[in-house]
Design a binder for this molecule. Structure first.
Ligand code: HAM
Length: 434
């Protein structure tokens, strides 16, 4: 019996892989423009990196892939990138020179979730982490980079939803108020929220089960309990978004699904109905305590992560083609063993010079090889028989201009390049070439 892929995973087939390559290329280019450097961490870590005392999010308590290795070490497939990056930042003492470290990463992430469109168990994130400054300017830069990625891909109709959950002092104050409030309705809270009353009451605000209940809508809002420093930080971030013409909306209920956040939290959503509830393509915020929680010095930080599958799904739904159809420069047809062998050496030379070439490896006849040239969308098809070979000649068909010439094999490269440049059949001797 054939073996299928595990639930919630999928294969990225060659045609799709080309879209991934392009997406990654655009992202890398933008990271370069913002001066963010890549950091690659392992896809599994010691479990403590994610299972921390003050992290009670669903993602960490219910969705991680935890396992023991053969030496009984507790390991976890990374359910997000931030904690891994912070672990590496501390372990490699990237804080030593006291500058802000601007890092990016891309790769697979694992969460044991209920799979549906835009939600897998293995998916990919691109994320950035700017570690080592509490400046609101860094919040603005991080959000700006996220928006730039989206714009560079040609997507419109996106919006940044933003909120603040305040600094430590504001949150402690607000948490108390929130617990007092929700305690009155404890019987009506879902099982998870009952637990959250103890572990992280702020997360109750993010509950999808209780969100439509009346008492929920009247819950106190963080904005009424912010201290001046937190208020000022948030106002400055908002002024920055305005200065950069970034389309945003303040969402007072936004608290995000992870417990390490402080102050600014945000999500970027697309208008598209295509992804349904999975229309959040990016999430992020400040995490001023995570570096010290993981044993490092106090380094205030801010970052974001995109779900790459979601980005690609939206692009597809919006009809945005990010890669042109695949074509090759030359398909070579060989008639006879000698010709087929010669083709291998011709291709070696042409590939070395930068032309994409291919040939048949199934001993197909002339018709079959022409079909493959077609399938490969070859711009040129070259036919080599024993007769041509004996005179060092080759027959070349330009499939775009619909012309055919017989030329010296040694002129093949020049012919292809000049014909493509001039858009007319040319072996390098035409007027415009001279
Ligand atoms: P997150 O919101 O958990 O944040 O994930 C970021 C993005 O990953 C989401 O907005 C979504 O696009 C995508 N995503 C999440 N779960 C899935 C899934 N099961 N299938 C497909 N895509 C998914 C974080 O992970 C934080 N580490 C972001 C961050 C970086 N905060 C600060 N720095």
């Amino acid at each position: 019996m054939a073996i299928n892929k595990p639930r919630g995973t999928y294969d990225i087939l060659p045609e799709e892989a080309r879209r991934w390559e392009k997406l990654e290329q655009v992202i890398r280019q933008i990271c370069k423009l913002y001066n963010y450097d890549e950091l690659r961490t392992p896809i599994f870590e010691h479990s403590e990196v994610f299972h921390r005392e003050n992290e009670a999010s669903d993602m960490v308590t219910k969705e991680t892939y935890d396992f023991l290795d053969r030496a009984n070490r507790k390991l976890t497939l990374r359910p997000e990138g931030t904690a891994s990056i912070v672990r590496s930042y501390i372990e490699n003492k990237l804080y030593a020179d006291e500058t802000v470290k601007k890092l990016f990463y891309m790769g697979p992430i694992f969460r044991y979730e209920n799979p549906q469109k835009g939600r897998q168990r293995q998916f990919h994130q691109f994320g950035i982490e700017a570690i080592g400054s509490n400046s609101y300017l860094l919040d603005i830069e991080v959000i700006s980079l996220g928006v730039t990625v989206i714009k560079a891909l040609g997507l419109n109709g996106i919006k940044v939803y933003i909120n603040t959950i305040g600094d430590e002092e504001s949150r402690t104050n607000y948490r108390r108020i929130l617990v007092d409030y929700f305690k009155q309705f404890e019987d009506e809270l879902c099982a998870d929220c009952k637990k959250r009353l103890e572990t992280n009451p702020l997360r109750i605000l993010d509950c999808k089960v209780d969100k439509d209940k009346d008492f929920f809508k009247n819950a106190p809002k963080i904005n009424d309990y912010l201290n001046d420093v937190s208020k000022q930080h948030f106002n400055n971030v908002i002024l920055g978004l305005q200065a950069l013409n970034i389309d945003y909306e303040i969402d007072e209920r936004l608290v995000r699904g992870l417990d390490y956040y402080s102050n600014t939290v945000f999500e970027i959503k697309v208008d598209s109905t295509y992804l349904g509830n999975q229309n959040t393509i990016c999430g992020g915020g400040r995490y001023n305590n995570l570096v010290s929680d993981l044993g490092g010095p106090r380094k205030e930080s801010v970052g974001l992560a995109f779900g790459l599958e979601r980005l690609l799904l939206v692009l597809e739904a919006e009809g945005k083609k990010i890669v042109p159809d695949k074509t090759i420069h030359l398909y070579l047809i060989g008639l006879g063993d000698k010709a087929r062998l010669k083709i291998q050496s011709i291709m070696q030379t042409l590939r070395f010079a930068g032309l994409v070439c291919d040939a048949d490896y199934n001993d197909r006849g002339l018709k079959g090889q022409f079909k493959l040239a077609d399938k490969n969308k070859a711009r040129f098809t070259a036919i080599l028989g024993d007769d041509e070979l004996s005179q060092n000649q080759i027959n070349v068909k330009d499939n775009k201009l619909d012309t055919q010439v017989t030329i010296n094999i040694d002129d093949l490269y020049r012919y292809i390049i000049h014909t493509m440049q001039n858009n007319q059949s040319c072996n390098g001797n035409c007027k415009s070439c001279k």
